[in-house]
Design a protein around this ligand. Structure first.
Ligand code: PLP
Length: 291
């Protein structure tokens, strides 16, 4: 049984309980983060903490813990939850909600004591060979709200879109907002258009993914032309490569889009280059070099 953290206590998962009046349960009134840990080392912890801070501000909630308190809790959970499968990679899930109010009311309660929950799960090892076959994707109309930059626990739109992709035999949906590509249901999207790596600019239409930022940074360091700009569904359909990025997927090639092969239906040369760079980054992190 894994050990989780809930409101100051470390507990076996089945003993962690929250009130039905928690606003996370009633209203999805909260935010979350997912942070990968390779060999016990957190990838881009500071960036995750910065995004958490700005998400909490966006929903007008104070950060209940200092960065060193978050660090301490996460390190303890990583130590107390050895992987059952023998692998050494994990991911940390953390969630902050506006807490428990005396009764259900949309307006914020006067006294707020945030609910803080963290758990650690095994992250199946991801390597180039596993990723290379790629996945199928479909394009779908982005039905979500106008603040997609907030990593909100209200994921109904995202899960309905992901399920629609699954129902059609695809692994993920690529979302289209007024003709422009925004992101995946749980990932960011990159496309290679005329030999340039392109991804949508940050803003309210998409989550500023930590993996997205890292890929942009790595592209700059390795002379891979990369642009943050709007691009249309039409451009996506003619792209020579398409990738999803996320903390748990890393960089996943899309080889089939809307039932048709992307280029020759195989992962492309720029992905081959980028995944090597990304994996090298993980190896450095495992040996304690932060990124
Ligand atoms: C909607 C959405 N966009 C993008 C991402 C990628 O973000 P990150 O790279 O920080 O995992 C996620 C991750 O879950 C997501 O849910």
């Amino acid at each position: 049984m894994s050990i989780v953290y809930l409101n100051g206590e470390y507990l076996p998962l089945d003993q962690a309980k929250i009130s039905v009046l928690d606003r996370g349960f009633l209203f999805a009134d909260g935010v979350y983060e997912v942070i990968p840990a390779y060999g016990g080392h957190l990838l881009r912890m500071q960036e995750h903490m910065r995004r958490l801070e700005s998400n909490l501000q966006a929903i007008r909630l104070q950060n209940p813990l200092s960065e060193s308190q978050w660090q301490q809790i996460i390190q303890k959970l990583l130590t107390e939850n050895p992987n059952q499968g023998g692998g050494e990679d994990k991911y940390v899930y953390l969630q902050v909600t506006r807490g428990v109010a005396a009764k259900r009311n949309h307006a914020f309660p006067e006294e707020i004591k945030q609910t803080v929950f963290l758990m650690v799960n095994e992250l199946a090892p991801v390597d180039k060979e596993k990723l290379r076959p790629g996945v199928a994707a479909i394009t779908l109309d982005d039905i979500r709200w106008k603040a997609c930059h907030v990593k909100s626990i209200a994921l109904l739109g995202n899960i309905l879109l992901r399920q629609q992709a699954h129902d059609s035999g695809a692994a993920e949906a690529i979302l289209i907002n007024e003709g422009q590509v925004t992101e995946g249901a749980a990932s960011n999207v990159f496309a290679v258009i005329n030999d340039v790596l392109v991804t949508a600019p940050t803003g309210p239409r998409l989550l500023p993914g930590i993996t997205r930022d890292l890929v942009i940074e790595l592209a700059a360091e390795h002379n891979i032309a990369c642009e943050e700009r709007d691009f249309s569904e039409q451009e996506l359909l003619s792209a020579s490569e398409i990738w999803f990025t996320s903390s748990t997927k890393e960089i996943l090639p899309v080889v089939k889009l809307n039932g048709k092969p992307v280029a020759n239906g195989q992962s492309g040369p720029i992905w081959e280059k980028m995944i090597d760079i990304y994996q090298a980054c993980k190896i450095k992190l495992r040996s304690g070099e932060s990124r």
